[in-house]
Each structure stands twice: as C-alpha cells, then as structure tokens.
Design a protein around this ligand. Structure first.
Ligand code: NAP
Length: 314
C-alpha cells in the first residue's frame, strides 16, 4: 500500500475543500485533497447558481470546475474516489487510511460537507431519481405541469416549495405540525402562493409508484387517519446531516453532529480544522463554504509555521 506524507490533508473536494486547497498550496505547504467521489461536491449537481458573486448565473458544475482548475494551478495533489476506512485525528502524524493508501498529515482540514436527512420510509430509496428528489433546483424542471409534495416546515422546505411552483401546477407542503418553522417572511410568501396547499399535522408513511412515483401515503398524526395523496414527485426537506463518518467522537460536535469550530475554523483537536457545511454554521452556501476554506487553510498554514519550532515525527 502506498504511503503519502503531507503538511495538510483536506478531506472533501467541494467548494470548502477546493478553496482550502487553493489557500493552503499558495501558502507553500504540501497539500493533498481527498474525496470519496470526484471533486466538486454538492454544487456540481446544482443546475444554476444565481448568488455566487461575479457570476450572475452560472451552472453549478461549471463553477466547481473553475474552482478545481484554480486549485490545479497551485499544484495541489488530488486523490478522487478514495474509500475511507479509518481516520485518526489525534495521533501524530494524523492518519487517513483509504482502501488504496495511507495519508500522514501534520494538519487535517475537514471539508466533508453534509447531506439531506432521509425520511426513512418505504419507497424513498427505491424512487430516488424517479420521483424522489432532494434538490428542487436540480430536478424541478422535470415536474412541469405536474403535482409534487415537499416534506418539512423549515426555510428549506418552504423556499424550495415556492421554487417548485415555477414548474409544477400544484405543490403540497406536508408538515408534521400545525405551524411552520420557517421564517415569518418566508411563510407569508408561501401563504400567498396559490399553487401551494398545506397538509398539516401529517407525516409521509410510504412513497408509492410503478416506474415513477404516483402517490404518497400520509398519516395525520392527530387523528391517525391514513390517506393517499396523488403526487408525481416527493421532495423531502427535513434538514441536513453532516458527513462525519470515521470522524464522530474525535472532535467536539453539536447535537446534530456538526463540528464545532472557533472563528479560525480550529476544532477541539490541535491541527484539525473544519470548514463548510460539515461545521456548525449559520449559513450553508457555496460562498460561505469557500470563505471557511480560506480561513481554515490560512490558520492551518499558521499552525504549520508554529510547528517548525518544535520537533515532529512527520
Ligand atoms: P430545519 O430548519 O431544521 O427544518 C426541518 C423541518 O423538517 C422542520 O419543520 C421539522 O419539523 C421537519 N422535520 C424534521 N424531521 C422530520 C421528520 N423525520 N419527518 C417529518 N418532518 C421532519 O431544516 P432546514 O429547513 O433544512 O434549514 C436548516 C437551516 O438552514 C435552518 O437554520 C434554516 O433557517 C437555514 N436555512 C436558511 C435559509 C434562508 O435563510 N434563506 C434557507 C434554507 C435554510 P418541526 O418544525 O416539527 O421540527
């Protein structure tokens, strides 16, 4: 098995990881960027972004390609498609073991992102891409003149439901309580939207279909009444969970598993930084992920400079 030694290993090649790679390699430290998939992260799947400064409209894939080309320019070593087996953030050096190689690092920048929370009901997994979607922006256009349901009552659910009304004839918002969690201003807009109908106090029990989804089985949690709602698509927006497999338990995390950092992106472990969606942060956008990446990498470089004064094993 191949063994590599780097000053900094960045876990995750989305906007946070790629921005960190640019800043770390420009800081003249040897930098590896590891991803379980190809580089680009979640935004690669976004049809378009309209809020990344400098680009009034840009495809998500195109923007991430620019990030990656930029990182390439500074000589970051990329390791895509790495299946992680073990991460030891406490040892000296820090170890990232994948199926193919062992990476030894003086600093680690965690940029593994987050993923949508799943409903965990029958039919959900089976119909992904055939009526179940976690990305209205990516898939909304497939539901032109159709009927869809969004599940959840937070900002994401309500905002994405409104986005879906651009395409769909009718959008149900299925919420487990009788009151939304979303910000009042967001709620007011949704209440005014004639294409949106709320299904209160209800949960999805099952998603049904043939080749494609045709209905959702609902339960009213107050009356226990079961009903069948005819829909062509179901968009669960019930929150997100951080990608912290092999990491949980080593660093300080909040109740949802998000990694807690200080303003320099430092975690509870010396030499370990967390950036982007995986950390506890008030806003999860490409721009904030990139900003985190810059801050984390600059402080990782400062950490490495300070290490030069003390003997190290790496
Ligand atoms: P969220 O605010 O945590 O809301 C999740 C929603 O899903 C809640 O209404 C919750 O119901 C419901 N839910 C959770 N688990 C469920 C389950 N198993 N079955 C059915 N329903 C379930 O998540 P979010 O909307 O993704 O937002 C995450 C964060 O990003 C929030 O801080 C939000 O404000 C922020 N955000 C901001 C913006 C913006 O500012 N424009 C846009 C999007 C997101 P309960 O209400 O009953 O708990």
């Amino acid at each position: 098995m191949q063994t590599y030694e780097f000053d900094t290993v960045i876990l995750g090649g989305g906007p946070a990881g790629l921005a960190a790679a640019i800043y770390a390699s420009r800081g003249a430290v040897s930098t590896a960027l590891i991803d379980i998939s190809m580089m680009g992260g979640q935004p690669s799947n976004y049809l378009e972004l309209e809020n990344y400064p400098g680009f009034p409209v840009i495809g998500g894939y195109d923007l991430m390609e620019k990030f990656e080309e930029h990182a390439d320019k500074f000589g970051v070593q990329k390791f895509p498609m790495q299946e992680i087996e073990k991460i030891d953030l406490v040892s000296v050096p820090k170890i990232i073991l994948t199926k193919e190689a062992e990476f030894r690092a003086k600093t680690v920048i965690i940029a593994t992102g987050a993923q949508p929370m799943k409903l965990g009901v029958p039919g959900e997994k089976e119909f992904v891409g055939r009526g179940v979607s976690y990305c209205a922006v990516c898939d909304g256009a497939f539901y032109k003149d159709k009927t869809v349901a969004v599940v959840g009552g937070g900002n994401s659910a309500v905002e994405e439901a409104m986005y879906l009304t651009k395409f769909a004839n009718k959008v149900y918002i299925i919420h487990r309580r009788g009151e939304l969690r979303a910000d009042k201003i967001v709620q007011e807009r949704a209440f005014k939207n004639e294409k949106i109908e709320f299904v209160w106090n209800s949960i999805v029990k099952e998603i049904q279909g043939d080749d494609l989804v045709h209905s959702a089985v609902l339960e009213n949690v107050k009356t226990n009444e079961i009903s069948n709602l005819a829909v062509n698509g179901v968009f669960p927006y019930i929150g997100i969970v951080p990608n912290v497999e092999h990491i949980s338990g080593q660093v300080e995390q909040d109740a949802g598993g998000f990694i807690i950092t200080d303003e320099t992106m430092k975690t509870s472990i010396d030499g370990v930084f967390a950036v982007g969606d995986v950390r506890k942060t008030p806003l999860r956008q490409v721009i904030t992920a990139a900003s985190d990446g810059a801050v984390g990498a600059v402080y990782a470089v400062k950490y490495l400079e300070a290490l030069k004064d003390v003997p190290q094993k790496v």
